[in-house]
Ligand binder design. Structure first.
Ligand SMILES: [Zn+2]
Length: 190
């Protein structure tokens, strides 16, 4: 990858002094490796082995304000923002640190935000077996900001729910309370 970055530097403009940037290709390679290291993490296994038995049936669990950074597969540029996850627990719950690790495992790949949102929701739904799960992501996309300066404040929001949280208006209502409490707080017990 280092050689390819050197070739990119070569192509940018004749005024670019490649000799002064001799470490840039290595740094760029390391940065791209870091933001695509999610391919080496088996998020499904991570989720499966992190399950905790739930003694409080039907509680709503919300993990909010999870920072994520990913790489747009259309432009190879970063997009970053916050992720909020709600699930209606059934047999299992999962630790907050494991949720953030699962988000990172999927985010640190070449992604589309829409696909990323769905992959996180599907992983949690398949293994936690909750009554429902919903994922809400809001992000700034560098590709848009660089190419459309008038869109500097534009963000993309994606919302995806499964099971009892499949309907987006129900999910939105729950996530409106996301700033109240964070890890494993029972907002609804029934
Ligand atoms: Zn893009």
């Amino acid at each position: 990858m280092k050689t390819q970055f050197q070739q990119i530097l070569d192509q940018i403009h004749p005024e670019v002094d490649i000799k002064k940037l001799e470490k840039t290709a290595t740094r760029a390679q390391n940065a791209y490796r870091k933001v695509t290291n999610g391919y080496s993490i088996d998020a499904e296994s991570l989720c499966k082995k992190s399950l905790i038995e739930n003694n409080e049936r039907k509680s709503i669990v919300i993990a909010s304000n999870i920072f994520f950074i990913s790489m747009c597969e259309h432009h190879l540029m970063p997009f970053f923002g916050t992720c909020h996850i709600a699930y209606e627990a059934n047999k299992y719950i999962i630790g907050l640190s494991k949720i953030t690790a699962i988000v990172e495992a999927y985010a640190h790949r070449l992604q589309l935000q829409e696909k990323l949102t769905q992959e996180i929701a599907a992983c949690l739904f398949n293994h936690l077996q909750p009554f429902g799960v919903g994922v809400y992501m809001q992000a700034d996309h560098c590709c848009l900001k660089l190419t459309h300066t008038e869109a500097h404040s534009t963000q993309l929001t994606t919302l995806f729910g499964l099971g009892s949280l499949q309907k987006s208006h129900e999910l939105s209502l729950i996530l409106q309370n996301k700033d109240i409490k964070h890890e494993h707080t029972n907002l609804v017990t029934q």
